[in-house]
Design a protein around this ligand. Sequence first.
Ligand code: HEM
Length: 267
Amino acid sequence: MRMLGRLLGTDDTDGRKLVAWGDALLGNTDPDFTDYPVDLTDTEQFRMVPFRSPAAIEIFQYAQDQAADRRVCPRDDIITKLLAPTIDGDPLTDLEFNNFFTLLVAAGNDTTRYTMTHGMWTLLNHPQLWQAWQADPGLTTTAVEEILRSGSVTMHFRRTATRDVEMRGSQIRAGDKVVIWFVAANHDSEGFERPFRFDLGREHNDHMAFGRNGPHLCLGAWLARMEVRLVFEELMKRVSCLEPAGPIDRLRSNFISGIKRLPVRVR
Ligand code: HEM
């Protein structure tokens, strides 16, 4: 989050608050992260806000304060750029800005963190992989893609079909809600050889961790790749041995595959 905060232009001291809000949004079904877990409590009053989460209301207020600040004092940051005129000179409306800021805080924070923990979890369970990676740092590019594929942190998205289409004998009509399970596609034996095997050097890894190359392909894909790569590259310089140091704790969610706590002993 600190990396994303620096790009957005928020204060480092707000980092923890932004992380907590991001957790509450994407972890909106986990009582660890919100007092209003969806399906466990009545969230009807938050029906019209992102993720049915009261945290979204706090982020909206924070976004408005940030916007007001940049209007007085523009800076070289993403918030200032988002507020600059866009198409035909029309700036984003307040609601559009608030929504987009909230989307960035939600999408750009937990996803990357959980991908790192998935990678770490795999390395803890298969120490020979860490040894092989250390022995050949040239594997880093393919290893990062394999972490993204096998972790599949964003498990699904729902989209609305814009036209009728037939897919493998199933008829989808314009207006139908369609759920795309990225995690299933990423473990499809038609797309990947031995999909449940973690292969540091996997070739032809055309995974869907960031979506499927359409107009909504993840905006932060390259930032996320860089963050995951840097974490393991830096770790490699400092740590030769990784060991599990206690039980892990998973996020209660069928949307995000997250590991909330992952104790690790390093040597
Ligand atoms: C490993 C980390 C990440 C994963 C697994 C991930 C995954 C995804 C997925 C699956 C989508 C939907 C794509 C589609 O519908 O085709 C998405 C969209 C998006 N992501 Fe990410 N993401 C990650 C990191 C980030 C970061 C770091 C940012 C921002 C800095 C970000 C911002 C966005 C935004 C704004 C969208 C919506 C794009 C649109 O609808 O046009 N994501 N992401």
